[in-house]
Every structure is written in C-alpha cells, then in structure tokens.
Write a protein that binds this ligand. Structure first.
Ligand SMILES: [Mn+2]
Length: 228
C-alpha cells in the first residue's frame, strides 16, 4: 500500500481533486496542513479532507484559526477574517484533533520543519509549535523569524541530520520540490499559481525512494509574501 502526502492546499480544492485522480489506488493519504486560507475554497477543502479521511497534520493557518476560536488574542488578516466566520464547531473539532506530526517507521510528516535538537517523543507545546513555523535557523540551530537578517542563517532542511527520520513537509513554497538528504519540501505554491504536489512513498522503511505527482494551478489566487 502506498502513502501519498500532499503539499499545502490553501483552498485549491479543484486542483486537489484533480491530483487525487492520479494517485495509486487504496493509498493512505496525508496532508502537511495549511488547507485553510488564501485560496478559493478553504473551508470546503477542510471538510473535503475530513470526508475523505485524509490524515491532516496541523498547519500554522489551522492553528491560528483554532487559537482565535479558543479566545486567544490573534490578529486575523483580511483574508482570514472572511474564512473564520464560515468555520463551524465541527470544523474546529476536526482541527483540534490534528496531530503536530505523523511518524511511520522512517517517515515523518510535519508542517514546516524540525531542528537537530527537537525530539518528537512527547515534547512540550512550545516546541511542537516550532514544527509549524520553522524555516531558517541560526548558528545554534535556533528558530529565526521570516524577516531576519542573520547572515549565518541556514535553511533547516540543509542542516537536518535525519535523527527523526525522513521528513516530508510544506509551509515554505518552492518552485520545484526542495530535496535534501533527509527531507523533502513539497509546498510548490499552488495558490500562488505554480503547482500542487503529491509525494508517493511505497515503503515507509525507505521513504527516500519517493515519486512525485504534480498538477498545474488553474490560476494565481493569491500573492506570495516573498518571491520564490
Ligand atoms: Mn504554513
């Protein structure tokens, strides 16, 4: 049986449906999260994941809406303010139950990234949330925010030593999938008009032997925060 992992959907439900027609039959399907926001069908896509039993890892966008729902002080952007009121109690129950990572033998699926000092056996919540936001790390392998100006910054995937297995993730859009020895970044910016990616793994003991299936975005739905 194959495992199929989808990059960030961000409301691109039409492309997701098309892509699902191309995957092996009877696959176990996993989403890296960020199904919500930016694109044309965010809430519909979230319900589609639930209905089709697609295992979904928590993305920072789901997490933001969940925090708002829990009464935390979060600032929704203009687009999120149109999404949030459409989410119902059942949607939040689905989001609440999303894991921060899924580990199957040597395969680990998470939303954004991991460092060489984060261990996935029962870490505290503030460490788990890093898994949803990580991009660059500093010389001490510590999280750097999106607009840092640290000249020694490195992308986490370029320094990750594989201690938690082969990591498949999304969050940071790339034109083509980002390939590292122990990681694959599969957010190929469908919502920005590029393409939607599915990564197919036949054996979770050998996750680095993956195949890629992609579909072109029908159009550009949203402007990226940075060019990629
Ligand atoms: Mn994200």
């Amino acid at each position: 049986m194959a495992y199929v992992i989808y990059g960030d959907i961000h409301g691109c439900l039409e492309e997701w449906k098309e892509l699902r027609k191309l995957i092996p039959k009877n696959s176990t399907e996993i989403s890296v999260g960020d199904i919500l926001d930016k694109g044309p069908y965010p809430v519909e896509a979230l319900r589609y994941a639930k209905k089709n039993k697609i295992l979904t890892v928590m993305g920072n966008h789901e997490y933001k809406h969940l925090r708002k729902y829990r009464g935390r002080n979060v600032q929704l952007d203009e687009n999120q303010q149109t999404v949030y009121p459409k989410l119902k109690k059942e949607d939040f129950e689905f989001i609440e139950n999303m894991p921060f990572f899924i580990k199957l033998n040597h395969l680990t699926v998470l939303h954004a990234g991991i460092t060489n000092w984060i261990r996935l056996n029962n870490p505290p919540l503030h460490i788990m949330t890093l898994l949803m936001f990580l991009r660059d790390v500093d010389e001490n392998d510590k999280f750097l925010p999106l607009n840092h100006n640290n000249p020694n910054a490195k992308y986490w995937g370029d320094v990750y030593n594989g201690h938690e297995g082969f990591v498949v993730y999304g969050h940071n859009p790339f034109r083509e999938i980002k390939k590292n020895q122990f990681a694959a970044g599969i957010d190929t910016g469908c919502v920005y008009g590029n393409k939607l990616t599915a990564l197919v793994i036949k054996d979770t003991l050998k996750p680095q032997n993956y195949e890629i299936i992609q579909i072109k975005a029908k159009k550009q739905y949203s402007k990226p925060k940075f060019s990629f």
